[in-house]
Design a protein around this ligand. Structure first.
Ligand code: KG4
Ligand code: ZN
Length: 346
């Protein structure tokens, strides 16, 4: 069989990334330039700085990905790129670079949905994973329960009504003085804390059993911190981190397992930055074993933003013939299951 090589490009937030993947499953290179150190100074991502850094780094990162893969640009079958959702200025840098390369090297241009890319990260280390399966997508901007019906067909069966899970991690981390990015810092601090020390709320949405809400738990943490301050009580940050994390993880696991049981899916995948959380991984494993469901989650490096996942999803989009022309634009608020022409589902 002819090998198919895809160059993937990702620049939707604060990582400038490029990767080469063979036949949709074999990683030949994975280059990530993280801007985290710069944004840490401001306590979060500054969009204008992100765009400028992407411009500075994108060509270098793409060159490095091709060099590391030892496959020349001429041999690529297509160029895939994240076109949404994300920060518009950041996305435009990747889309612009991909269009320029596709034009100059006369290669097909494949637009990839960032969240569908996160889901596709699961194909890398689970060679037998194929749709259909259920995916819990938990990132900085998204919390969704998605039925993956085919490589390019998605049905959202649950979503957050307010904050995304990662956003809640970041806000709580900031409130307890752990800094940015909050998720990994809470994960680490929680290891020293007692998850039952404080009883934070686990929100249920009436009439929408697979939906989420994390603004309540976030406010409960802020109230707790205020009360401690008023009573001049010392705050045990590890206990707050562990108890908050436990509340979020409980809800994610409970709803994902309930959704799998309802939809009849035997396999659950977890995706997005929060999928790197060690407590979520352990709790999902335990729950899935108990319910006889099989579980997959990517290695942490493929959970957070990277371009391998964009090349993997790009491969399947390419096989389905979902190509773009040079009018491709960034779509910052693209919804899951919505394609580049704004249709509800493919
Ligand atoms: O998927 P991602 O890299 O970017 C988006 O598409 O949003 O996710 C970033 C989010 C951030 O909110 C970050 O705090 C969270 O993922 N995150 C974690 C962990 N690692 C990253 N949250 C909890 N535990 C972690 N270990
Ligand atoms: Zn992401």
């Amino acid at each position: 069989m002819e090998e198919t090589y895809i160059l993937g490009i990702e620049s939707s937030c604060d990582e400038t990334a490029a990767a080469v993947v063979k036949n949709g499953r074999t990683v030949l290179s994975n280059v990530i330039y993280s801007q985290i150190d710069i944004h840490t100074l401001y306590g979060g991502v500054v969009p204008e700085i992100a765009s400028r850094k992407h411009i500075e780094k994108i060509t270098q990162v793409i060159d490095e990905a091709l060099r590391e893969a030892k496959v020349p640009l001429e041999r690529m079958d297509a160029i895939s790129v994240t076109y949404g959702p994300g920060l518009v200025g950041a996305l435009l840098v990747g889309v612009g670079a991909a269009k320029a390369i596709a034009y100059a090297a006369e290669k097909p241009l494949v637009p990839v949905h960032h969240i569908e890319g996160h889901i596709a990260a699961n194909y890398i280390e689970y060679p037998d994973l194929e749709p259909p399966f259920l995916c819990l997508v938990v990132s900085g901007g998204h919390t969704h329960l998605v039925r993956v019906m085919d490589y390019d067909r998605f049905e959202v069966i649950g979503r957050t009504h307010d904050d995304a899970a990662g956003e809640a991690f970041d806000k709580v981390a900031r409130a307890i003085g752990l800094g940015y990015p909050g998720g990994p810092k809470i994960d680490k601090a929680a290891k020293e804390g007692n998850p039952s020390a404080i009883d934070f709320p686990r929100a249920k949405i009436s009439g929408a059993e697979f939906d989420f809400s994390f603004s309540g738990v976030k406010s409960a943490v802020l109230n707790y911190l205020n009360q401690c301050e008023m009573k001049q009580m010392e705050v045990n940050r590890a206990d707050v981190a562990a108890s908050f994390q436990e509340a979020v993880v409980d809800v994610l696991v409970e709803r994902a397992v309930a959704a799998a049981k309802r939809s009849g899916e035997k396999r659950i995948a977890v995706a997005g930055g929060v999928a790197a959380n060690s407590r979520l991984r352990a709790a999902m494993k335990e729950a899935c074993e108990k319910e006889g469901l099989s579980l997959c989650y990517p290695s942490p490096v493929y959970c957070t933003d990277n371009a391998v996942m964009i090349a993997v999803q790009g491969y399947y989009e390419f096989l389905k013939g979902h190509l773009a022309d040079y009018s491709l634009n960034a779509v910052p608020n693209l919804a899951v299951g919505e394609d580049r022409f704004g249709r509800a589902c493919r």
